[in-house]
Design a binder for this molecule. Structure first.
Ligand code: NDP
Ligand code: A1CAB
Length: 270
């Protein structure tokens, strides 16, 4: 039997997921999308051949509903959806912070809910998607969710109690690396390199380091030690990073992201 999947609130994450699913073999005819603005719905149809519908139509005709609106818009979307979602639909939330109980309290009793935190490398099929079951989600629901998010990268099951931490690490994670590249490119300019050359040097170093982290099987400390020659250049840079508290800043930054994820749990506008 064909499984229809609807993405509700198809913005950056929703579109990356759609695109990956189509690339992995899903038929556009089996994919429904909703958007708040008509021109956005038309754009998605033109780009991917998917069918724009209303939120209520999606709830009635898709087997799986993937909700990818901002956390602050989730309450409004659920108010609109709840009367139309039969209890046998799988509801997957891609929103930061919002617990599965938020959905279970608003949808028909027994509705299976799965919470997923993915990240923007979904655009290049290198996402990290972290998956947790709600009260009524079964092994089949988790497997189906893995099949969907597996189209855009890696998946990992975690207890829901770890979702806010995972949001801080991998959900927001790409932003920290982009920030580092931006700062290191600025350093290149300070050292007299043209911006485009500095950018290329840093990006290729990032790709090389990421590939080694993934493929070498070595601990990051060992990989760093291999770059750090006695009385060499790298140790001078590392001393400055330590002097400026970069390690402590990163720990505090991720803790702040985790805390914000917790605050988003209510789906309120604050
Ligand atoms: N961006 C990221 O790196 C990540 C985001 N997330 C989570 O994914 C979710 C989406 O984020 P992102 O894609 O960045 O956000 P976007 O703003 O790009 O996408 C959300 C989309 O939902 C639309 N929308 C809002 N309300 C409704 C509604 N009632 N009916 C239909 N469409 C609606 C918005 O319309 P409009 O364009 O008119 O505003 C927008 O296009 C968030 O919950 C976020 O926490 C998770 C991991 C990473
Ligand atoms: O910043 C945010 O709230 C979203 C969730 C994880 C990444 N971006």
């Amino acid at each position: 039997m064909t499984q229809k999947v609807a993405v509700l609130g198809t913005g950056k994450i929703g579109e990356a997921l759609l695109s990956g699913m189509i690339g992995a073999g899903w038929a556009p005819a089996d994919l429904l999308v909703t958007a708040r603005r008509r021109e956005r719905a038309e754009e998605l149809h033109a780009r991917h051949g998917v069918t724009p519908v209303t939120n209520a139509e999606a709830a009635k005709s898709a087997d799986t509903l993937i909700l990818t609106v901002k956390p602050q818009d989730m309450g409004t979307l659920l108010d609109e959806l709840a009367p139309h979602v039969p209890a046998d639909r799988l509801v997957i939330s891609g929103a930061a912070g919002i617990p599965t109980s938020f959905f279970e309290e608003r949808l028909a009793p027994g509705t299976p809910v799965v919470r997923v935190m993915t990240n923007t490398p979904a655009l290049v099929d290198e996402a990290m998607s972290v998956i947790s079951a709600g009260t009524h989600a079964t092994a089949d629901h988790l497997a189906h969710t893995e099949e969907i998010f597996g189209a855009v990268g890696k998946t990992l099951r975690v207890p829901e109690s770890q979702q806010d931490a995972c949001t801080a690490l991998s959900g927001s994670g790409p932003a920290y690396f982009f920030y580092l590249v931006e700062a290191m490119t600025d350093a290149g300019i300070l050292l007299g390199l043209p911006r485009d050359k500095a950018h290329d040097l840093i990006v290729q170093s990032a790709i090389g380091a990421a590939t080694m982290l993934r493929d070498s099987g070595e601990h990051p400390v060992k990989l760093r030690e291999n770059v750090t020659s006695p009385a060499g250049t790298t140790i001078n840079a590392i001393r400055e990073l330590e002097n400026h508290g970069v390690r402590a800043a990163l720990i505090a930054a991720l803790e702040a992201a985790r805390d914000r994820s917790r605050e988003l749990a209510s789906g309120s506008k604050d």
